[in-house]
Ligand binder design. Structure first.
Ligand code: ADP
Length: 168
């Protein structure tokens, strides 16, 4: 890679749905790289059945990052390292909220390094206000009729309310 080439980082995840914590990490990443590719995994990582289908998750991400041309939102299937190679990315970014995230992230990073030694993993911590946020907790609160407006952007809030209205 030429040093003057733009540096791209992949931000992979399930984003089911994207929260303000994810947004914070993606925008922070732009402080250290030129472009971020937010990549929604088509195949769920820890065998989680997604609440929102792939198209809905992508649509929410695109709405949320509409203002930022340096962030692109796409989906990918198969190995993350292969996708990173295809996109010419030199790094993968992941968010670390607490020690509980660490072990899994550390394992994944080591395995991915075996598969693709040139790819670097960058771990960023969110704003302290987002440190307790998870998509699953937000969904749990929304499902029970709680107000999740402090935790997600407006387009996501709209879809969450619509989704869970039918379940209550
Ligand atoms: P995955 O299913 O791969 O864990 P998620 O969509 O849950 O994907 O999360 C994607 C990435 O964003 C992970 O690195 C996760 O730790 C990080 N993340 C999720 N929520 C937050 C948050 N509130 N603050 C910081 N990072 C977060």
């Amino acid at each position: 890679m030429n040093r003057s080439d733009p540096v791209t980082a992949i931000y992979p995840g399930s984003f089911d749905p994207v929260t303000l914590g994810h947004e914070d990490i993606a925008r922070r990443t732009l402080r250290v790289v030129d472009r971020v590719v937010v990549a929604v995994a088509e195949t769920a990582t820890h065998a989680k059945q997604p609440t929102f289908d792939l198209e809905e998750r992508l649509a929410m991400l695109r709405d949320v990052f509409e203002d930022e041309p340096r962030i692109e939102c796409v989906s990918f299937s198969g190995l993350l390292v292969e996708f990173a190679k295809e996109r010419g990315a030199s790094a993968v970014v992941r968010g670390l909220r607490a020690v509980s995230d660490f072990e899994y992230e550390f394992q994944m990073a080591q395995m991915n390094r075996e598969l693709h030694p040139d790819l670097e993993f960058i771990f960023l911590t969110p704003d302290v206000q987002m440190a307790f946020l998870s998509a699953s907790l937000v969904k749990e609160v929304a499902r029970l009729g709680g107000d999740v407006s402090p935790f997600v952007s407006t387009p996501v809030l709209r879809r969450l309310v619509a989704h869970f209205r039918g379940e209550r």
